[in-house]
Design a protein around this ligand. Structure first.
Ligand code: ADP
Ligand code: MG
Length: 327
């Protein structure tokens, strides 16, 4: 079983950023309104995620670290919402098999918190009392300490931290109602309170995507035939030298989709005669019955029931918004 765990770990745990993704998703699943992330050395030395979610009952702590430990599929509806069983309940087990992992948690019913620690293949979880407010902290130290071959594949601290920041950026762009902080080597990189007002939203976008993006963006907000598109699209006055700034969320989930990319690019070119990659943060909402989201952990694909309708809606909305502000 130990070997099986380590093999499975390869599917989920590629680098510090993939650990962070799983931990933040768990925190959000637990209803957290606040997620504090701390990493050291790009995450190779430490990844710590603290949340104020519902916590894990003491008796279930060791269980949370065993394979297929999910507490999240109770009904057939859940199963459909999740889409695939294959990767449920694997994350913590996989991560703990290639790191030194500590899980500290307290539920509202408990007077004190408890902690469970595991170190790599040593799967005998030790449970001890601890101090912690209601919620959970997961601490992952020395990732791949027992799999040197994989540790060798880690890139520089800067590169790994770049991936870590990207994971947090996506999560924070998708959940305005939740506060996030990110610290690297004791320095605050992002501090985002829950966003309520329009101004809060723009502040968050400014912090995550750069003030220049928000200063040079058109606000999008349109609705038609059961579709709603909101967000920001940059004007050509925004020039970005780094990687693409392209985020598209469908019902709160970040996706990459050719049909969507095509609609955006076409509107952009049509109006602005501009061949550069557009920069955007967009949110599409539609009836979940009209979209099939593939939840494979490494893919972010969607299939729309009526792709043409979606394409035309995105194209026309952006076309109109951009044409309005064309100099
Ligand atoms: P999954 O998320 O697919 O259920 P994980 O291995 O990520 O599997 O987590 C296993 C279980 O541990 C979860 O189902 C949940 O019950 C519990 N758990 C993990 N992280 C948290 C957290 N931050 N808050 C509350 N419960 C958690
Ligand atoms: Mg999980």
């Amino acid at each position: 079983p130990r070997l099986a765990n380590q093999i499975a770990a390869g599917e989920v745990v590629e680098r510090p950023a993939s650990v962070l993704k799983e931990l933040v998703e768990n925190a959000l699943d637990a209803g957290a309104r606040r997620v504090d992330v701390e990493v050291e050395q790009g995450g190779a030395r430490l990844i710590r995620v603290r949340d104020d979610g519902v916590g894990i009952p003491e008796a279930e702590l060791p269980l949370a670290l065993s394979r297929h430990a999910t507490s999240k599929i109770a009904t057939l509806d859940d199963l459909e919402a999740v889409g695939s069983l294959a990767f449920r309940g694997e994350a913590l087990a996989s991560i703990s098999s290639v790191s030194r992992l500590t899980l500290t948690s307290r539920t509202v019913e408990q007077e004190a918190a408890s902690r469970v620690e595991v170190e790599g293949r040593d799967m005998d979880a030790r449970v001890s009392p601890a101090a912690h407010p209601v919620g959970t902290t997961v601490e992952v130290r020395d990732l791949f300490f027992n799999t040197p071959a994989r540790r060798k594949f880690l890139r520089t601290e800067k590169t790994e931290f770049g991936h870590v920041e990207e994971v947090l950026r996506r999560q924070a762009l998708g959940r305005f109602d939740t506060g996030f902080t990110l610290r690297h080597n004791q320095k605050v990189v992002h501090s985002l309170r829950p966003a309520e007002t329009e101004l809060d939203h723009e502040r968050r976008i400014g912090s995550l995507c750069g003030q220049k993006f928000i200063d040079n963006a058109v606000v999008i907000d349109a609705e038609a035939t059961g579709l709603r598109l909101r967000g920001w699209v940059a004007l050509p006055t925004f020039s970005r030298s780094q990687a693409d700034l392209q985020y598209f969320f469908v019902n709160g989930r970040v996706i990459r989709d050719r049909l969507v990319a095509h609609a955006v690019r076409q509107a952009y070119r049509d109006v602005l005669y501009n061949n550069r990659h557009p920069a955007f943060v967009l949110y599409l909402e539609l009836d979940p019955a009209n979209v099939d989201v593939n939840v494979h952990p490494t893919k972010h694909e969607v299939r729309f029931r009526d792709g043409r309708l979606v394409h035309d809606f995105i194209f026309r909305t952006l076309h109109r918004a951009l044409a309005d502000v064309r100099p």
